[in-house]
Design a protein around this ligand. Sequence first.
Ligand SMILES: Nc1ncnc2c1ncn2[C@@H]1O[C@H](COP(=O)(O)OP(=O)(O)O)[C@@H](O)[C@H]1O
Ligand SMILES: O=C(O)[C@@H](O)C(=O)COP(=O)(O)O
Length: 429
Amino acid sequence: MTVAAKLSLGCIADDYTGASDLANTLTRAGLRTVQTIGVPAADLVLPEVDAVVVSLKSRSIEAGLAVTRSRAAEQWLRGRGAEHILFKICSTFDSTDAGNIGPVMDALRADSGDTIVLVTPAFPETGRTVYQGNLFVGAVPLNESPLKDHPLNPMHDSNLVRVLARQSKTKVGLVDLATLGRGVDAVRAKLADLAAKGIGAAVVDAVFDRDLEIIGQVALDHRVSVGASGIGLGLARALVAAGKVKPDAVNAMQDMAVGGPPACLAGSCSQATLQQIASAEKVMPVLHLDPERVVAGKDEAQRALAWAKDRIGDGPILIASSATPDEVAALQSRHGRDAAGHAIEQAMADIADGLVQSGVRRLVVAGGETSGAVVDRLRIPGFLVGAEIAAGVPVLRAVGISSGDMLLALKSGNFGGPEFFSDALALMR
Ligand SMILES: Nc1ncnc2c1ncn2[C@@H]1O[C@H](COP(=O)(O)OP(=O)(O)O)[C@@H](O)[C@H]1O
Ligand SMILES: O=C(O)[C@@H](O)C(=O)COP(=O)(O)O
């Protein structure tokens, strides 16, 4: 079977956890959605779907490469008929002054011919709101949140108009909450006004889902938008309201049990993940990797696998590299930020590979870059979306792998409640 109808929505996600978060949101809003890993082959055969989320691992790579890969995804999605493309970024705007949100947005805007792009990382369900262009994580501005200590992209400025302007070639404006409160026509008029002044991107405030519904409606006038799952929700609801997708269409994921031993891996150093690991210690064996030994070579991954093999027959296990901000900073000062991060990601991929070879078929991974490294190593080409474990984190069923059925959960470091690992495994049968 090939894709019968053209896509109602094409999405390019800059990491794999973010892609599954978006795929989850679109699915819950009634869009039949598939998540692909990387840009699919031109002749990829898919079930009939409304949306495809192409997952890239482009958040923390060199900006030029992120642009090239995003453009390849854009071409594929346009080739499948997508009139609107959402570039899915992190709800905490994870990026640096070198990119990659600005450069990718600039390229997609140029290709689309749009004069102005709507940008909002708001995702109220997970506490991400934008007011006067400032991003809040729960009750605190971004620069006071745990994101100030992110190992790869510490966020020190909550004003997204400024943050995006430093990364983009275009001028950046603001559509504030008061304008949104006046409805779609007011937002359209404000965008026209900004565009007439030569402003090519507008950060849009959003605090409630109703704000996202207005943003989604207006965004559909354009060919490209930029944001997190919240704008995905707005776009999906606008597509349903416009009759462009049937909300009662059945999603493709079947609820068949997979069985086999379960395992969890954590490479995120977020506060939420550190708490989740502490809770997991009460209910499953947890191995804390020695990050210094990980950077030194392959032995630490082998030690972890030997530890795991002795235990996976008895119930779930968790292997974590996660550390506190002080420990992360100390490791980075000895080895460099990228080298330390890369070595740990590759060790996690080695461990995941070994676990699957030992029969693990249910795998929970915490951390976006970590999930990217693991999924790439397992050579999984795509996922169908299943039950929601926590806001932004669905159960995923791998498709297109030769080794039989496999269930995964790819958790953004910041997402999930304290018992996330147990919650996930309870839904992954
Ligand atoms: N102990 C550690 N010290 C330094 N860096 C680490 C440590 N453990 C993990 N990392 C790295 O930190 C980064 C975490 O990023 P990621 O997996 O995307 O998590 P999140 O979802 O929280 O952003 C990865 O590059 C990972 O390899
Ligand atoms: O939008 C979000 O917050 C997430 O979907 C996301 O992108 C997560 O990124 P990581 O925290 O790096 O997993």
